[in-house]
Design a protein around this ligand. Structure first.
Ligand code: ADE
Length: 228
């Protein structure tokens, strides 16, 4: 997959995605990450990319034209264009799975008070990573790229690593343990040491349901609604 990010601050996205699993996916060519900076398309010598909001108010608004030109530089036929904004639909695992099916994503990061509304005409989707306001779309781009990259074929070592995990079945995942069997007088649940795969799988499903009911009853309700 290829992902291009339209951003005034490419390093805010490039550096956090240079290590660990996503870093490796980039080195292996499974994820190709590119950038386009609206500043390079500014129409004056000072590199201006923002202006005061029409109608007054605090803060500055990113101008449509430099963002549009940066988008045009990277957009191809079939690109899926996403504007990152706290006003967008909320990212969840289902959305990440859908995004992972595209060949090319373009993520547009706003900064300051956001981007001139008219840029949305060129987007397929407006996306938020949660109900809080960031200083810009860049940390949101990092989150989305991470969530999508780990779903790409060959990125996670174990083929099924994404199958049983949290949210895959609409539930939080059962707890994990590793050696030692007793740590600071706390024991690993006996069933996990039994070697009985059927019992272990039943225990995990039941633990996942209990945890979800306790912490995220909204997910249980949603799973039930999707069943009918
Ligand atoms: N830009 C600022 N806040 C954001 C959020 N919560 N999600 C996506 N983009 C943003």
């Amino acid at each position: 997959m290829r992902i291009d990010v339209v951003t005034l601050f490419p390093e805010m996205v490039d550096i956090p995605l240079s290590d660990s699993i996503v870093g490796r996916a980039r080195k292996e060519g499974r994820l190709k990450l590119g950038f386009a900076n609206p500043r390079d398309f500014s129409e004056d010598r000072r590199g201006t990319v923002d202006d005061k909001p029409y109608g007054g108010g605090t803060g500055m608004v990113m101008m449509a034209e430099p963002v549009y030109k940066a988008l045009k530089r990277v957009k191809k036929k079939g690109s899926h264009v996403i504007v990152l904004t706290p006003k967008g639909g909320k990212l969840d695992q289902k959305t990440a799975l859908e995004l992972a099916t595209h060949k090319h994503l373009v993520l547009i990061c706003g900064h300051y008070e956001g981007i001139d509304e008219r840029i949305n005409r060129f987007a397929d989707l407006e996306l938020s990573i949660g109900d809080y306001v960031l200083t810009g779309g860049e940390p949101a781009a990092v989150v989305i790229i991470d969530a999508v990259t780990r779903l790409l074929p060959g990125v996670l070592k174990k083929e099924d690593a994404t199958i049983n995990e949290t949210f895959a079945e609409g539930l939080l995942e059962a707890p994990h343990y590793t050696r030692p069997g007793v740590w600071r007088r706390m024991k690993v649940p006996e069933v996990l040491l039994s070697g009985n795969h059927k019992l272990i799988s039943e225990w995990r499903f039941s633990a996942a349901k209990d945890l979800t009911a306790k912490r995220r009853p909204d997910l249980i309700r949603k799973a039930k609604l999707e069943e009918v």
